[in-house]
Design a protein around this ligand. Structure first.
Ligand SMILES: NC(=O)c1ccc[n+]([C@@H]2O[C@H](COP(=O)([O-])OP(=O)(O)OC[C@H]3O[C@@H](n4cnc5c(N)ncnc54)[C@H](OP(=O)(O)O)[C@@H]3O)[C@@H](O)[C@H]2O)c1
Length: 327
């Protein structure tokens, strides 16, 4: 029988709701506590998911002795400070993407995890879905030869609301950090660290990027092109091209239930179905790591999270987007 892991949820918004729903599908997971900036929202969320401890602040959640691991689902601008509060209180942390606003903040979170000997992972949960597991296996088996190109794009026509986290600079707004991280993480998963980054972007009236293209030359060879947009619908597909074949991920490429493999002269559809909305596999990885005494995931190591933040720092420098916490 799986060991029981007691989860705390920090924040009560859209993705916290999705995650709490999917956690019901994870063996051994119980949600013992929720923290919110408001007692009413903690109570409402707690009632919806049958959570016994309902705290009126994130600090009170951090002090709850009946919590092993906290899922941080606040806006990106708060991720670093919130995660460090939980790590310093002795909790393990799964932190929503992007891990933080810049590499410096990510480094401070990694320091906090290491000085407290606690688990920390960025919640790029797409990495753990059945399709991505199979994709990595096929790449390792040489199904497309040597991968040399990754092209991926994520764009949705969000209504222009200056107070929404996608457009509000104070909350870490911008298409790059919110949406661009999905194509970028695919590029680094397949082709590894960046050797050179070139970005162009278009800033909107709230002074955050509404479209961005990031081209990367990777250290081991190969190029990637990642696009993100918050005002227009893009194809939301991805393609990995290798010397003897290719893999095409259909829309939405972050959580596909099937994809197409072209290997030599053979074309085949790979099915990778699952129940839920795709968040539970990352939660299951947290359980696996904790049971094994591992303080980071080998599928999404902290070094890679830090490198992703550095790529986005450089892209933002080139497109002229700075957040107040940037040095
Ligand atoms: N992995 C994924 O698939 C995925 C999908 C969507 C979003 N995300 C990430 O998850 C994070 C939250 O996104 P979301 O869509 O859940 O946002 P959301 O619906 O706006 O919810 C954010 C929550 O954060 C809390 N919060 C704390 N300080 C806040 C502030 N100053 N302004 C607004 N809310 C504040 C609020 O809960 P309380 O008031 O209860 O404290 C709020 O409900 C973002 O970093 C985003 O990039 C991940």
């Amino acid at each position: 029988m799986a060991e029981t892991i007691r989860w705390g949820i920090a924040a009560t918004g859209g993705i916290a709701t999705g995650f709490a729903t999917d956690l019901a599908l994870v063996e051994g997971a119980v949600i013992t506590a929720v923290g919110s900036r408001s007692q009413d929202r903690a109570d409402e969320f707690g009632a919806r998911f049958d959570i016994p401890h309902r705290h009126p602040s994130y600090e009170a959640l951090a002090a709850d002795p009946d919590v092993d691991v906290v899922y941080v689902a606040s806006p990106h601008s708060r991720h670093a400070a919130d995660a460090i509060v939980f790590l310093d209180a002795g909790k393990h942390v799964l932190c929503e993407k992007p891990m933080a606003l810049n590499e410096l903040e990510v480094a401070s979170m990694i320091d906090a995890a290491r000085r407290n000997s606690r688990f920390l992972m960025e919640a790029i949960l797409t990495r753990f879905t059945p399709a991505y597991v199979e994709l990595r296996r096929l790449l390792a088996d040489g199904a497309i030869g040597t991968p040399l190109a990754v092209d991926a794009e994520f764009g949705m026509p969000f209504p222009h609301d200056p107070a929404h986290r996608l457009f509000d600079k104070a909350l870490g707004g911008g298409a790059l950090l919110d949406l661009g991280i999905y194509p970028l993480q695919l590029a680094t998963m397949v082709l590894g660290p960046a050797a050179a980054v070139a970005a162009v972007g278009q800033l909107g009236v709230t002074d955050v990027d509404e479209q961005v293209v990031v081209s990367i030359r990777h250290e081991v060879g190969g190029l990637s092109v990642s696009k993100a947009a918050s005002r227009v619908l893009l194809g939301n597909t991805a393609r990995i091209s290798g010397t003897t074949g290719s893999i095409s991920l259909p829309a939405m490429f972050q959580n596909p239930k099937h994809f197409t493999l072209v290997s030599g002269d053979q074309t085949r559809q790979i099915d990778a179905p699952y129940d839920g909305i795709g968040l539970r596999f990352g939660a299951a990885e947290v359980h696996r790591c904790l049971a094994a005494g591992e303080l980071e995931s080998s599928v999404l190591p902290l070094d890679e999270t830090r490198r992703l933040a550095a790529i986005m720092d450089e892209a933002r420098r080139q497109i002229g987007l700075r957040y107040p916490t940037d040095i």
